[in-house]
Ligand binder design. Sequence first.
Ligand code: BGC
Length: 805
Amino acid sequence: MKHTDSITKLNLEQKCALLSGDTVFTTRGCKNAGVPSITLSDGPNGVRKQAGAADHLGLNPSVPATCFPTAATVACSWDPALGEEIGRAMGEEAAAQEVAVLLGPGLNTKRSPLCGRNFEYFSEDPYLSGKMAAAYVRGIQSEGISACPKHFAVNSQELRRMASDSVVDERTLRELYLTGFEIVVKEAHPKALMSSYNLINGIYANENAHLLQDILREEWGFDGAVVTDWGGSNDHALGVKNGSTLEMPAPGGDAVRELLAAVRSGKIAEADVDARLDELLTLVLDTHAAVERHSRSFDADAHHALARRAAGESVVLLKNDDALLPLAEGTRVAVIGDFAETPRYQGAGSSAVNSIKVDTFLDCLNDSGLHSVGFAPGFDRQGKPDAAKQAEAVALAAEADAVLLCLGLDEIKESEGLDRSDMKLADNQIELLQAVREANPNTVVIVNAGASLETPWLAHCKALVYGALGGQAGAGAMVDVLTGKINPGGKLAETWANAYADTPARDHFAGPGRTVQYREGLYVGYRYYQTAGVPVAFPFGHGLSYTQFAYSDMHADAHSATLTVTNTGDRAGAEIVQLYVAKPNAEIFRPAQELKAFAKVKLAAGESKTVTLTLDDKAFRYWNTRTDSWEVEGGTYELRVGASSADIRLTAAVEVIGTDALNPYAGKALPHYQSGKVQTVPDAEWETLLGRPIPDDRVKIDRNMTLGELNHGRSPLGWLVWAVMTARLNASYKKGKPDLNVLFQYNMPLRALAKMTNGAISMGMVDGIVMEVQGFWVIGLVRVIFEAVKNVILNAQLENRLRNS
Ligand code: BGC
């Protein structure tokens, strides 16, 4: 232990108190032991420090900061060096605002395009996610403060996010949902990591010894602090025993008493508390010192410029028929679409930044060299049909050489706390596109959305440019791409499926029960489409440029591939060279190919460069459930290098020496996993892969029953609460504006009442409520009252003792 001296100065109660937050975003301090309090703030694409009333849903305003493009956007740059620059700038702003721990980046694997927080995550591919996230962490921590990669792990949907159980087989867990975190931990050494809300195979992530001890600390060597997600602690004592360092936000005295009682009863050892405290003190003392040393200002203009460059490097040109783009100077353009005036540039929820300034597409067009014939909003942002707006836009379209049509998802379609219900653009936007295109075939669609969309309307536009959620300076970058000042070089970090019905997790995403079955196994994103032979609209890694690149002269062995890339066009550009590994005729089933290396190469017109892609320990490995370790199947592998997952330009066969482990699947019938056709895996086959029966999914009346499940209880009071909340939620949906607060409460388990109320509600009171819901109305009520009085008295006594320590 590093901090034995400080720890021995503390009594058990003081030690336990330090392991949970003081306020929504600060830790407790202890003057006598020289422990300062530190501030943790969101988030992943800019600092959200709340100076006034604090909340974890981004409802109240925060101190102005630079809003960088979200992770889903920057992932399209495939440029870790850029990620590191953004990280450094965010770290600088955080430290300047006295934030010691920045809660990001988010790197959960995009299992389904519908996850409401996909805009906050990088990719469907763990290698790309891990590399980008590691770069952010290095950048943030270069300022001396701590990053906090999140949410560890298997947290790929918002529905029932605090009480859903992600049921996943160990190989899929390791290869798809943990590999990104492994890369971050091993390559960037984050000082903190946030555990996720959900359970994994029946055990809450935050108290999961397999996850936090065996894998995170022992296998990967993580020596930082694990921070709970806000309200994500279930059994605090078990969390502490199994590797969770700091419970947030501020559960009050109850959490302190829970730990004390656990030590006294022998449920956990005092040594567990000391071990966690040692981790916490390292985090607190290091980052506090860094904040103290740091200047209180930063260059907001420079950060705006960086945000603009980042957005520009991340724009993906999806379609460009007849080389409509770039538009020549003086082109007469009609600007259509509400988003041109009111940009959609970030997501909703805890990542929402109070941007220092926000550029709009309309303003940025002014000095672009294009000649605007006018602007028409064209559609109602919330999807209501509006014939007059449409007619005005169509008339304008007819007057121009080309139309710049700004479409996208509105704010509420993708948000923390809420999954999307489909992958569609609003009908009124599609109708507008059709009408505009009839008036002017030179229609360029500019899409702002943090996740993939269905594009049945693709034939109606000549060019399609994806700006994702480009941050506060994204609009200017987009204008630069349209005029050719920037040659787009971004590529998709997520497949765009033809239809939601084609996606692999379709039948097991955000279902009615608590259990989320990850039945599709390894076949997420391109791993599925390419193995099962399902056509897609735009493949993973796809992106066009205003120039062309040729690939030649590849030499490869099991350690690297070297090739030449030449810019054969007439303007400078950047190419993202991707290397996929395939094993034809593999004995152990595996996706058709997997991304294992990539590089972004900037080339002047006519220039050639030699590119070397290095293969690391993850290139050929698979997780063997029989030996419980990483193994390599020996034999011939194919290295496929190309411009996208579907545009392979060069291949090389390499021989790889295997580890000769026994095939864990020998003698087992896994035909769907062999073929990759995993949309309809039968129960028996899924159980074979899982190695156990599918867990029971009945609603239980316990501390983890969600408020949205109270209708399953036996209490009229519970039914009433449920009815009122459901009515409020439905009303907000009808208005087209789901109420995030109600939604959060709806998906919140009863125990979170004790975790999210600054100590006003204790776990004893929650147990009283559970009794009430179980049908013991009188005893339940009496218990709630008794526990409430007890809580007030004990809290006051505790706070008094802590204040004087
Ligand atoms: C989110 C986290 C966030 C935290 C604090 C939670 O609701 O899941 O990502 O960091 O709130 O705002």
